[in-house]
Ligand binder design. Sequence first.
Ligand SMILES: C[S@@+](CC[C@H](N)C(=O)[O-])C[C@H]1O[C@@H](n2cnc3c(N)ncnc32)[C@H](O)[C@@H]1O
Length: 289
Amino acid sequence: MSNHSGSVSSTRMAPEFLAFRDFLETSCGILIGEGKEYLVESRLRRLMAQHGLGGLDQLVQALNRPGSRALRAQVIDAMTTNETNWFRDAHPFQIILERLLPEAASTARPFRIWCAACSSGQEPFSISMLIEEYGQQGGRLPQGVEIVATDISTDVLDQAQQAEYDLTAMSRGLSAKRRQAHFLQGSAGRFRVRDSIRERVVFRHQNLLEGFASLGRFDLVLCRNVLIYFSATTKADILSRIHRQLRPNGVLILGASEALAQAQGLYRMERCSPGLIYRALPGVRDRAS
Ligand SMILES: C[S@@+](CC[C@H](N)C(=O)[O-])C[C@H]1O[C@@H](n2cnc3c(N)ncnc32)[C@H](O)[C@@H]1O
C-alpha cells in the first residue's frame, strides 16, 4: 500500500493490477503505488485460493459480477492496514485529558467523540479509560460522554465489539496499572475490557468515502493514521465533511504524520506542546456546500 498523496504512474503496470487499483481506490480510497504488486498478491493470496481464483485478473472479474458484495468486503478487509495500539502517540490523550475534558464540563449536553477509523478498538477504549480515570480523579463531566467508533473493516469491528485482547495486543501501550484497572480475565487467556469502559463506546460500520451525516455532530473527532492512505483530493473531501460534523470550535485530531493540506481554511491549528489540534472554524463553508 502507498502512503503518498500524489498520482501514481501507470505506464509499467499490468492491466489487471491497474483495474484492481481502481477498484480499491473507488471503493475505499486506498491508493496502491507502483511496484506494490507483491504486496497486493501477498495480502490476497489466501482469499483468492479460498474462492478458487487463479490470479488478480480473475479476482477483478469476480469483483465486477453482480452479487459480489461479500467478496468486496473481504478484499477490503485484506487490504486495509489495521495497525494500532493503546494510547497511541500519548500526546493526543494528554491533550484530551488536560484541555478538552475540562472544557466539556461546561457544556449543557453530552460531549460527543468520534473515532473515525478505530481499527480493533484500542483508540476508543483508550479514550474511555481516560474518561473513567478523569472521573475517579474528581473531574466533572455532568452530561456524560458518548464515543462513536467506526471503521470500514468488518473484521476489526468484530474484534472491537468482542473487546477481548491477547497478550501481544495488551503489551502495546498499556501500563500495568491500566491493565489492572480496566480489564478482567477473558476467555482462553485473553483480557476483557471492563463493562464500564466498553459501554461508553458504540461501534458502527462506516466507509469514510460515504456520507456520515447520520452519525450526528461531535465535539471531538479523531481521524488518525488513515488519511495517509488516500489521495490529496479524497483527503480534502473527508476533512471538509468532518468539518460539517464538528460543532463550532469542535476539535479534530489527526495522526502524528498527517496534516490538513487543502482543508486549512476550515480549521484553526492550536499548538499544545506536545502535539497539535485543529479547531473547526465556525461559519466557514467548505467548497462542496
Ligand atoms: C492504521 S489503522 C488506524 C487505527 C487508529 N486510528 C490508530 O491510529 O491507531 C487504519 C484504519 O483505517 C481503516 N480504513 C481504511 N480505509 C477506510 C475507509 N475508507 N473508511 C473507514 N475506515 C477505513 C482501516 O480498516 C484501519 O482499521
